[in-house]
Design a protein. Structure first.
Length: 153
C-alpha cells in the first residue's frame, strides 16, 4: 500500500512514476526526470516524500532503515538516491532457485497484488517478461526520455 500512497502523492505533484520489481522482494518507484538535477536534490525530495507518508500513515509506512521499525510496514528507502548506491537494472535476472526478473509493472498489477495481499503476482520469470514485453511494450521506456521537474521550491 505504501507504493500506492507514494504514487498518489507524486500524482498530486504532477509527477509521472513507474513501478518495477527488484526481482527479489522489493519494489522501486521511478520518477523520470532527464533534466539537470543533483543527487542531493533527488535524495532530499525522496526523503521528504517518505517522511510525509510516514507521518500521515505511521501504522503502514516507515522511512527509517532500522529493521525493528520496519516489521509489518512498507519501508520507503529514500537513501537509495545517492551516487554510491546501486539498484538492480530493469530486466535483470536475479540469482534464485527459480530466477526472477526485475520487471516494470502496470499500476493495476500492483493494485491487484496489494488488494489480494499476494506478492507472488509480482514475480516474473524470463519467459513471462518476454511475453509481457510483446504484449505491453517497454513499460519502462519513459524513464529514458520523459522530462519532468521536481518541485524543489
Amino acid at each position: 500500500m505504501g507504493r500506492l500512497m507514494l504514487r498518489e502523492l507524486l500524482q498530486k505533484l504532477d509527477l509521472y512514476c513507474i513501478p518495477k520489481t527488484s526481482g527479489l522482494k522489493g519494489l522501486q518507484v521511478y520518477v523520470p526526470l532527464n533534466n539537470p538535477v543533483s543527487y542531493d536534490q533527488t535524495k532530499g525530495f525522496a526523503r521528504a516524500c517518505a517522511e510525509l507518508l510516514e507521518e500521515q500513515h505511521p501504522d503502514l509506512v516507515v522511512s527509517r532503515m532500522a529493521k525493528d521499525l520496519r516489521t509489518g510496514k512498507v519501508f520507503i528507502d529514500w537513501s537509495q538516491n545517492d551516487f554510491h548506491k546501486t539498484t538492480v537494472c530493469v530486466y535483470s535476472l536475479r540469482a534464485r532457485e527459480k530466477p526472477a526478473v526485475s520487471t516494470p509493472l502496470r499500476w493495476d498489477e500492483l493494485e491487484a497484488a496489494a488488494q489480494g495481499r499476494d506478492p507472488e503476482l509480482l514475480v516474473f520469470e524470463a519467459a513471462q517478461v518476454i511475453d509481457r514485453f510483446d504484449r505491453y511494450g517497454d513499460l519502462f521506456a519513459a524513464v529514458a526520455d520523459m522530462k519532468q521537474e521536481l518541485p524543489l521550491k
